[in-house]
Design a protein around this ligand. Structure first.
Ligand code: 5RP
Length: 229
């Protein structure tokens, strides 16, 4: 993978965000992702709202909710929604087969609920996120605090190396009051199989393997937009 600098990455994130926001229609309920790429989309949506677009949104994190409100985007409580028209979120890694690793920002549980509720779950990325096999980025796993040692053991039984996420010398706490374990499984040949193994471990609220949850990935590479669907 050719390394690209931050300004080029940001230009690609913005281009992908602009492309994705074109799919939002008047009166849609829009799921908003979390992270630097999703933030570009939120700002683009705010621009379209200034031009008359009427939407309501659901946020995948407290940070995103605050950001959306600051831009005048009306927020609905996620727990009240049985369906979402379209969602736009970023990813840490993706493959052309539309499998993802998400959760670098720790918002994976709400992001997964939003993607699962969405009729049209769009992922936007810069070109650094595309991989042949997932796993260079460790798999974020949200765990109920009292179960974290147990989950550590289970991850190791699956051949993974577990690290508890720390931020500013403190355990990282999610918006749901839980911990994040970052699990290194090496390159993952069978992501669906690993996802279902993780699904069976008590104490895991959600893991960052998103399998079959994405309708479309919009990636910008230089001046080009590539779509995977
Ligand atoms: C947050 C996520 C983000 O979408 C992912 O970490 C990508 O972030 P960024 O757009 O800042 O690269 O899953 O939980």
């Amino acid at each position: 993978m050719e390394a690209i600098d931050k300004s080029k990455k940001d230009a690609e994130k913005l281009a992908a965000a602009k492309e994705a926001v074109k799919f939002v229609r008047n009166h849609d309920v829009v799921g908003l992702g979390t992270g630097s790429t999703a933030t570009f989309a939120i700002k683009e949506l705010a621009e379209r709202i200034k031009d008359g677009l009427e939407i309501k949104a659901a946020a995948s994190s407290i940070k995103t909710e605050e950001l959306a409100i600051s831009f005048g985007i009306p927020i609905l409580p996620l727990e009240t929604l049985g369906t979402i028209d379209i969602s736009i979120d970023g990813a840490d890694e993706f493959t052309e087969t539309l499998n993802l690793i998400k959760g670098g920002g720790g918002a994976l549980f709400r992001e997964k609920i939003i993607a699962s509720l969405s009729k049209n779950a769009i992922i936007i990325t810069d070109s650094s996120k595309k991989v042949n096999l997932l796993g260079a980025f460790t798999v974020p796993i949200e765990v109920i605090p009292l179960a974290y040692q147990y989950v550590f053991n289970k991850i190791e039984e699956l051949g993974g190396k577990a690290t508890l996420r720390v931020k500013e010398s403190q355990k990282f706490i999610t918006d749901n009051g839980n911990y994040i374990i970052d699990a290194d499984f090496g390159l993952i040949n069978e992501p669906a199989q690993l996802a279902s193994q993780l699904n069976q471990i008590d104490g895991i609220l959600a893991h960052g393997l998103f399998i079959n949850l994405t309708a479309k990935i919009i990636m910008a590479k230089g001046d080009h937009i590539l779509t995977f669907q």
